[in-house]
Design a protein around this ligand. Structure first.
Ligand code: RFL
Ligand code: PHB
Length: 388
């Protein structure tokens, strides 16, 4: 088999890349380790920046997103038992964010690709990359026990944090920046009306909590917990009572549909390219979810990669491919900074002394009362402008 771009991973990065390349007449083959049912039911991100929605709209994958997505013009910060509304739209000249489940976006993109008869292979195993330093890199895998080989001109490593693409780059050619936080999030999906029409980010003496949603009848709620938290110690009653304590206000309870613990980490691998292998999305970087940036950053990488590949396949040379990593990393580090800042501001650190606690509360109080400080938060939250 041969193609122009071999894409490893059918998450948001891989699927959007495949679709945007198809729009430009560039062939690709997507391979995915898990089953279609698995990737379509994996509950993860929910918040899209305005630019992500625009990118998905231009890519032709946003019809249902526009019908079912919930547009939010603001959010609430809660601390010291009081809520403070942040008017994102007012602070950013009208920009908004949209709630739409990542797995819904993934379902839409898979359906579109399969309906168009374009190659997307699930449940592949033993994926390996060969000759990535040459102009004819190759991907091999097995499917149903049969060995497969794909000759490519470019390989896109969109296989997430635990994929094989980043580790395939020689360690000496990669610089890793990593920070692991001393807490995690216990997340639930519940059949209950959201607490409020907008997201609530709460800082409480027990720790952080977040009230978000997937629809007007499904809530998504998160609680700061220990990184090695034992879920079996969290009965539904305990979860609801802790959420009530941290979020304050009226919280409607309902059947819990899903529970999980998410680790918190900041991670960047530089550069995001090795020869003809280009990393995009979580394969290259991870942010803690407090800023709601992971999927948005994956989409931003894909935009840059599509432009570079469009130039290359139009015979206009490799200049944009050469700039791919630096262009992406410029945004990645700004988003890392914002995600780290939101995380440290809103979480409880067991090793922090009273001085640090007072400084954090002063910062929150300053933030809530300063249009300058809120504008900084808002313009990062709705998404920084793209370089192009
Ligand atoms: P993904 O989604 O991990 O997709 C990678 C795909 O590659 C497959 N794969 C392989 N395929 C073939 N061969 C191999 N050897 C393979 N190894 C792996 C995997 O099965 C998978 O299908 O990465 P991608 O596309 O880069 O997308 C990144 C996003 O998924 C991620 O950043 C976000 O979910 C992060 N995130 C959030 N991002 C936001 O923008 N807004 C949010 O509100 C938000 N909330 C969150 C989040 C992540 C969370 N968790 C669970 C980590 C909330 C949570 C709780
Ligand atoms: C979500 O809806 O899952 C979500 C929203 C905002 C965040 C993190 C997760 O900061």
């Amino acid at each position: 088999m041969r193609t122009q771009v071999g894409i490893i991973g059918a998450g948001p990065a891989g699927l959007l890349l495949a679709q945007m390349l198809h729009q430009r007449g560039i062939d690709s083959v997507v391979i995915e380790a898990r089953s279609r049912a698995h990737v379509e039911s994996r509950i993860r991100a929910g918040l899209l920046e305005q630019g992500s929605v625009r990118t998905m709209t231009e890519a032709g994958v946003a019809d249902r997103l526009h019908r079912e997505g919930l547009v939010h013009r603001g959010l609430e910060l809660r601390f010291g038992g009081q809520g403070h509304r942040v008017d994102l739209a007012d602070l950013t000249g009208g920009k908004v964010v949209t709630i739409y489940g990542q797995q819904e976006a993934v379902k839409d993109m898979i359906a579109l690709r399969l309906a168009a008869g374009l190659p997307l292979h699930f449940e592949v195993a033993d994926v390996a990359i060969h000759d990535m330093a040459t102009a004819r890199p190759r991907i091999t895998w097995t499917q149903d026990g049969v060995a497969q080989s794909l000759d490519c001109e470019v390989i896109a490593g969109c296989d997430g944090f635990h994929g094989i693409c980043r580790p395939a780059i020689p360690a000496a050619d990669l610089r890793i920046f990593d920070r692991i936080y001393p807490f995690a999030w216990l997340g639930i999906l519940a059949q209950s009306r959201p607490m409020s029409e907008e997201l609530i980010y709460a800082r409480h003496t027990h720790g952080f909590a977040l009230a978000t949603m997937r629809s007007t009848s499904i809530s998504r709620l998160y609680l700061q917990c220990a990184p090695d938290e034992d879920l079996s110690l969290w009965s539904d009653d305990r979860i609801w009572s802790e959420l009530r304590a941290r979020l304050g206000g009226a919280l409607e309870e309902g059947p819990i549909l899903q529970k999980g613990v998410t680790a918190m980490r900041s991670f960047v691998a530089e550069p995001m390219r090795h020869g003809r292998l280009f990393l995009a999305g979580d394969a290259a970087h991870i942010v803690p979810p407090t800023g709601a940036k992971g999927m948005n950053l994956a989409i931003a990488d894909v935009r840059v990669l599509v432009r570079a590949l469009e130039h290359f396949f139009a015979g206009r040379g490799e200049a944009l491919m050469d700039r791919y990593s630096a262009t992406c990393l410029d945004r990645v580090w700004k988003v890392q900074r914002f995600s780290w800042w939101m995380t440290q501001l809103l979480h409880r650190y067991d090793d922090h002394d009273d001085f640090e606690e007072r400084v954090r509360l002063a910062e929150l109080d300053y933030l809530a009362g300063s249009t300058a400080a809120l504008t900084t938060l808002a313009e990062n939250y709705v998404g920084l402008p793209y370089a192009d």
